[in-house]
Design a protein around this ligand. Structure first.
Ligand SMILES: Nc1ncnc2c1ncn2[C@@H]1O[C@H](COP(=O)(O)OP(=O)(O)OP(=O)(O)O)[C@@H](O)[C@H]1O
Ligand SMILES: [Mg+2]
Length: 461
């Protein structure tokens, strides 16, 4: 697994579905607009061309058949180029002399073959002309007529028409993009809601994700995920039940063995047997402790319907913890002290029992791993603007390499004092995290020993 690292997509295949859709839609629309414009340029080009040709013929015929001879209206270049006005030329019957023309600047001779032709008067823009030369008349003196129109004007007209055809599609593009944006946004909103649902799951009792607002396309994924969740839930439950049952079943016989050992103590002869007996007793005590920790752990893993959160004054809680662990401190002749804050009150909203398991385990460790006759300090104070609880001892501390692993279940630093099960810190950390707290362990800089610091949540959780 690559830990959720996301690769960046190529520009034409971005990771975001929305960008991908938008990109393709824009390309598709622009392509359609260009194609439509091109098709209509070809189709309308012909249409415009034929229509204008017909007009040219009609104009020529109206001049050729007029008696007395109609003379063309004079015009300028602007009319010829911009408005595509027809230029009419009246030639003598033999076609040699130009008798009249609407625009004398244009010199195009009378074409030999009657009908339509294309003439170029130069290589510059606007020098191409469409020409219609009327047939010679039946009378010998009947003048010849030729009509011309600028070719560029005709092309421009066809082009304008074609562009107008492509315009609706181009105008539709922003609208289509907007609709797409709205649809994709709605879909990703529902996906985000599913993600939020997943993120807010209690890992102890994952619940089914709602399919209510999930789009059909994504529903199979969510259903499959729900399926997985229910399997995970039942696997968790089986495992938890097993640990709980096993620990529970072991508890009674272990307690009976403990009692028997206590009863036997009076009958053990002095010498090597006492030594062995003591080892046996320590072993049983250790096993009993391990069973208790396992029970604690499995209870912690169990789903907690409506955690009984309450307003807990941390100072009061710590004083209780210290006084309850005083038996252990006395047994090990450890001097344990508590220092509370001057004025402020640190409050956490959480089940008191869970908070107790955090501090009990840390203080228990400090008392166990401090040397006989050592010193343990529990301090509640403010650090960098938020409340912290420090538990300090003057024991061996934890080797730097092992400090990251001591929170693992069953991990014990080799050579540690006997009696522990390696579960205390795992229990403490789970409870702390659940209620917005953080445990930090570091070896003290001011001498031997460990400092366990609990950062309390800065706002009530
Ligand atoms: N204050 C401390 N000083 C030195 N080592 C410590 C201290 N606290 C924890 N450790 C080391 O970290 C290990 C893990 O601690 P943890 O509390 O999880 O388990 P444990 O104390 O061995 O057993 P349990 O707490 O279940 O009785 C301990 O075994 C010990 O090696
Ligand atoms: Mg411990």
């Amino acid at each position: 697994m690559n830990g959720g690292a996301r690769t960046v997509g190529r520009w034409w295949r971005p990771r975001s579905l929305r960008t991908q859709l938008l990109l393709w839609l824009i390309t598709l629309h622009l392509g359609a607009a260009v194609l439509t414009a091109w098709f209509s340029f070809v189709a309308y080009g012909n249409l415009v061309h034929n229509a204008l040709d017909d007009q040219m013929r009609l104009v020529a015929e109206s001049y050729a058949g007029s008696a007395p001879q109609k003379l063309p209206q004079p015009m300028d270049g602007e009319a010829a180029f911009s408005r595509g006005a027809f230029i009419v030329q009246i030639w003598s019957a033999d076609g040699r002399t130009l008798r009249a023309t609407s625009w004398p600047v244009l010199s195009v001779p009378l074409q030999d073959t009657p009908g339509f032709s294309d003439v170029n008067t130069g290589a510059h823009a606007g020098s191409a002309w469409r020409v219609f030369t009327a047939e010679a008349g039946t009378r010998a003196d009947q003048p010849r007529v030729q009509v011309l129109q600028n070719e560029d004007y005709r092309r421009r007209r066809a082009l304008r028409r074609a562009l107008l055809e492509g315009l609706p599609i181009t105008l539709l593009l922003p609208l289509a993009l907007l609709i797409l944006w709205v649809i994709v946004s709605a879909a990703s909103r529902s996906l985000r809601a599913v993600a939020r649902d997943v993120a807010s799951q209690d890992e102890r009792s994952p619940t089914q994700l709602s399919l209510a607002r999930v789009p059909d396309e994504i529903a199979p994924l969510v259903s499959a995920f729900n399926n997985l969740l229910s399997r995970v839930r039942s696997a968790f439950a089986t495992q938890r039940r097993f640990v709980q049952d096993a620990a529970h079943e072991l508890r009674t016989p272990m307690a009976a063995i403990g009692l028997q050992i206590e009863n036997l103590r009076a009958h053990v002869p002095a010498g090597e047997a006492t030594e062995r007996f003591n080892q046996l007793e320590a072993g049983v005590t250790r096993a009993q402790h391990l069973i208790e920790q396992l029970l604690h752990l499995s209870r912690q893993d169990a789903p907690q319907g409506g955690d009984a959160r309450e307003r807990v004054d941390i100072e009061v809680l710590l004083r209780e913890s210290v006084s309850q662990l005083m038996v252990l401190a006395d047994a090990r002749r450890v001097d344990i002290g508590f220092e509370g804050p001057d004025r402020t009150t640190a409050v956490v909203f959480a089940p008191a029992a869970e908070l107790r398991s955090v501090f009990d385990n840390l203080i228990d460790n400090a008392l166990r791993y401090a040397p006989e006759g050592g010193v343990v300090d529990v301090k509640l104070h403010t650090f960098e603007g938020h409340a912290v609880v420090d538990v300090l001892d003057n024991g061996p501390g934890i080797p730097q390499a092992a400090i990251g692993r001591v929170f693992d279940r069953f991990f014990r630093v080799p050579g540690s004092a006997a009696g522990g099960s390696g579960l205390g810190l795992a229990i403490a950390r789970t409870a702390a995290q659940r209620h917005g707290m953080r445990i930090e362990l570091c070896n003290r800089g001011d001498g031997p020993g460990l400092m366990a610091r609990v950062h309390l949540p800065s706002v009530p959780t």
